[in-house]
Design a protein around this ligand. Structure first.
Ligand code: PBG
Length: 334
């Protein structure tokens, strides 16, 4: 007897993977330059780009250089940049007053960038850590992070940034009630069009290490941030935080870090269907760049694959230090 042939499969999933053309036609998600928010570290001085050892390829830029970076963002089609100040130790205090100084580094940079490249959206970070002598995001008394007093300080900081011309405020502090307090203050001051992108689900993560070097906060931090940043074991809590921030007036929400938390991005998008962002943080950047620099992985492919994963997980965009590099790669061929 002849062996019976297996029934011919009607479904051969390899058909749509056969050629680049078929793969292109069947591609479900795409990464574009419009998905990128470029985080930029700023410092005092002139014509300076001071390299950050733990983030190869990233530097702290003086304001004039940051303006040039914003111009580059405009040329590349990157819609937004996000500013992080490196604050001199002499300006760090217990009360963090430099945070709401209208003339602080961050506010001067916002004004300079908005004057030069108004079409690029400027996002800011709202938290006290760059200005706090003990490295925490909140005010500290007897070793306790004070919630409500911190919120008052953050509101002042938000108003100063809105006044300077920020388009998007990014509260990254994880205090309770800050979004509502900021939203009320912004409305009261006539800043009705300033958007809030809340770092709603921000985890207490080991992946922020290089960032803390970049802003000069690493040596100062006493203890950890676990009483305000989330436990990496939790998912449901992230949804409660997002729901709360939306109810208080957030326009957009963020999950942070990115790659280890793609499950959270997906749940947030499915549950709330609001503009959802992830932050591919400094440690994630350092891992990919570090391995690529050693020749252990293909850096370009790893960068693109990691960023596409955010789109697949439902994100509308991603904050990434790879923004300029990936934008250059994604430029349409001419
Ligand atoms: C500060 C802040 C942090 C980051 C963004 N804003 C660090 C922290 O919470 O300690 C991390 C970003 C990165 O690692 O790239 N509130």
């Amino acid at each position: 007897m002849r062996p019976t042939l297996a029934p011919f499969p009607a479904t051969r999933l390899r058909r749509t993977r056969r050629s680049q053309a078929l793969r292109d036609l069947c591609q479900e998600n795409v990464l574009t330059v419009k998905d990128l928010i470029w985080p930029i570290f700023i410092r005092e001085g002139e014509d300076l780009a001071d390299p950050i050892a733990s983030m190869p390829g990233v530097a702290r830029l003086s304001i004039d250089r940051a303006v040039r970076a914003a111009e580059e963002a405009a040329e590349l089609g990157i819609p937004a940049i996000c500013l992080f100040p490196y604050t001199d130790i002499s300006l760090k205090t217990e009360d963090c007053a430099e945070a709401w100084n209208p003339e602080n580094l961050s506010n001067r940079a916002i004004r300079a960038i908005k004057a030069a490249v108004p079409e690029v959206a400027v996002m800011t970070d709202i938290a006290l850590d760059p200005y706090n002598i003990n490295g925490h995001d909140g005010l500290v008394r007897d070793g306790i992070i004070l919630n409500d007093e911190t919120v008052e300080a953050l509101v002042r900081m938000a108003l100063a940034q809105a006044e300077a011309g920020a388009d998007i405020l990014g509260p990254s502090d994880m205090m309770d009630g800050r979004i509502g307090a900021m939203r009320r203050a912004l409305e009261g001051a006539g800043h009705t069009d300033v958007a809030i992108l809340s770092y709603s689900a921000k985890y207490a993560s080991a992946f922020y290490g290089p960032f803390r070097d970049a802003v000069g906060a690493s040596g100062l931090l006493t203890g950890d941030k676990k009483t305000y940043q989330m436990n990496p074991a939790n998912t449901n809590e992230a949804l409660r935080l997002i729901e709360r921030d939306l109810a208080e007036g957030a326009d957009m929400v963020m999950v942070k870090p990115g790659m280890p938390y793609l499950d959270i991005c997906r749940r947030v998008k499915d549950e709330f269907a609001v503009p959802t962002y992830a932050y591919q943080v400094s440690g994630e950047y350092a891992m990919i760049r570090g391995a690529a620099d050693q020749g252990w992985i293909d850096g370009e492919r790893a960068m693109l694959e990691s960023l596409l994963a955010f789109k697949r997980a439902g994100c509308d965009g991603v904050l990434t230090y790879f923004a300029p590099a990936v934008a250059r790669l994604l430029q349409p061929a001419v």
